[in-house]
Design a protein around this ligand. Structure first.
Ligand SMILES: Nc1ncnc2c1ncn2[C@@H]1O[C@H](COP(=O)(O)OP(=O)(O)OP(=O)(O)O)[C@@H](O)[C@H]1O
Ligand SMILES: [Mg+2]
Length: 419
């Protein structure tokens, strides 16, 4: 019952209640008719038998009876008890066969039995008609209750249905849709709508705060970054030895990377789920070259072989900032989670793959690692478990696809499809 839709539950309850009440009434009517019949008729027949015994039989006269009544006695010739009335109890009896119906009133005196029999087919027919009417009334009241219950249930829960629909169809849930509560009276449904509005408001606020935080941080980082970049530029022009100028070069490259990241985060913070993918002017190969220059030294520092393999050419123009972030996160993970062997970056016509010979990810973990703050059991270093979730979000925004699968060699492969 508790799994049924609300309307059906109300209808079932309503109908059941009506059936119980009208069933009780119908049974009551039948019982009262029976009781009155037995009581009145037996009283009347008792008096009639008294009068026959005292006024007629006691004086040796033939009993005086009306057309519908007959007398039988155990010891009077000509008044023998018929077979179908033998064996009844003393007092009031009803004998009903298919074609006939009688009231039989019996009195037992010492050694004598008297039966007064009254034909009652007409009354029985009326009684049956009454019972049929009562039964029809019972069925009809059940039907009416079902219909009425259905109409009432629909009317009563109409606001609830409307609210459920509005809540379900709030695709623009987190954008500025108007509040629901003013549409409803201040009853339970109104309270529900108000509670929903409030929760949604809180959710909107916290999302807003998060967005502002990201954009504020990104925004505020720009100024110090510009200072670092211009200072590094100034240093470059100063007379430096070889070691000094290579350090300045590194600072400049890192600053450029951070600036690019800051731009990426700003873009992502401004974008919402409906906004279009950001277009760009870099190719996959250019970005892969840059990332190789950046990561190859670190792989060799760790004693890992690194290869960039161009399997097929891809000339599509892509947003290089976002693509760099995706690629560098995957390369950083490959570096972190591979103890020995090699890491390969493969470029194809549809995108790229990062393959490693590391420890891999267990199949039950594979769905989870893309969620924020999820790290595997073999997490290393100071990561937060945000890398892959950022990759996933960037890919979702750019309509790219990222998936991970295990390689037969126990390593893992992260594949990004760019078209
Ligand atoms: N190439 C890989 N080989 C094996 N496990 C991996 C690989 N890449 C990711 N993982 C597993 O997925 C988890 C989540 O990765 P993710 O990049 O999201 O976070 P993280 O690397 O732990 O931290 P962060 O990237 O925030 O510094 C990792 O903790 C690790 O267990
Ligand atoms: Mg990571």
């Amino acid at each position: 019952m508790s799994k049924q839709p609300l309307v059906r539950r109300i209808v079932i309850a309503f109908t059941l209640m009506t059936l119980v009440v009208s069933g009780g009434f119908s049974l009551g009517i039948v019982a009262i008719v029976h009781f009155i019949e037995e009581h009145l008729v037996s009283q009347e027949m008792n008096e009639e038998l008294d009068s026959i015994l005292q006024k007629d039989i006691a004086h040796g006269l033939a009993p005086r009876l009306d057309l519908k009544t007959r007398l039988f006695a155990s010891h009077m010739p000509g008044y023998e008890i018929p077979k179908n009335f033998i064996g009844l109890d003393e007092g009031f009896n009803e004998v009903v066969t298919d074609t006939e119906a009688y009231y039989v009133y019996i009195r037992d005196l010492p050694q004598q039995r008297y039966l007064l029999v009254q034909e009652q087919a007409e009354f029985e027919a009326r009684e049956n008609a009454l019972f049929a009417t009562v039964f029809a009334g019972f069925l009809l009241s059940g039907l009416a209750a079902w219909l009425l219950g259905w109409l009432m249930a629909r009317t009563i829960i109409a606001p609830l249905v409307r609210l459920a629909q509005q809540v379900r169809h709030r695709d623009q849930l987190l954008t500025l849709a108007p509040n629901l509560a003013p549409d409803y009276p201040a009853d339970e449904v109104g309270h529900l709508a108000a509670a929903f509005d409030e929760t949604l408001g809180q959710l909107r606020n916290s999302l807003e705060r998060e967005r502002f935080f990201t954009s504020d941080v990104s925004h505020e980082l720009r100024t110090p970054l510009m200072v670092i970049a211009s200072s590094a530029e100034l240093l470059e022009t100063a007379a430096l030895d070889e070691r000094g100028s290579s350090q300045v070069n590194r600072i400049q490259r890192a600053t450029a990377e951070i600036s690019e990241l800051v731009e990426t985060f700003l873009l992502l913070a401004r974008a919402n789920s409906q906004s279009n993918p950001l277009s760009g002017h870099g190719t996959l190969e250019q970005v892969a070259q840059e990332q190789t220059e950046r990561w190859a030294p670190r792989f060799s520092e760790q004693g890992l072989a690194f290869q960039l393999i161009v399997e097929e050419n891809n000339t599509a123009l892509l947003h290089s900032g976002l693509l760099s972030t995706v690629m560098s996160n995957l390369l950083r993970n490959a570096l972190h989670y591979t103890a020995s062997g090699e890491v390969r970056l493969l470029l194809t016509a549809s995108g790229f793959r990062v393959e490693d010979t590391g420890q891999g990810v267990s199949s039950e973990q594979q769905d989870n690692i893309f969620k924020p703050f999820v790290r595997g059991p073999e997490a290393r270093g100071e990561g937060l478990g945000l890398g892959l979730s950022l990759v996933k979000r960037i890919c979702a925004h750019q309509r790219w696809q990222v998936r991970m699968y295990s390689l037969p060699t126990a390593g893992s492969c992260f594949e990004v499809t760019l078209v």
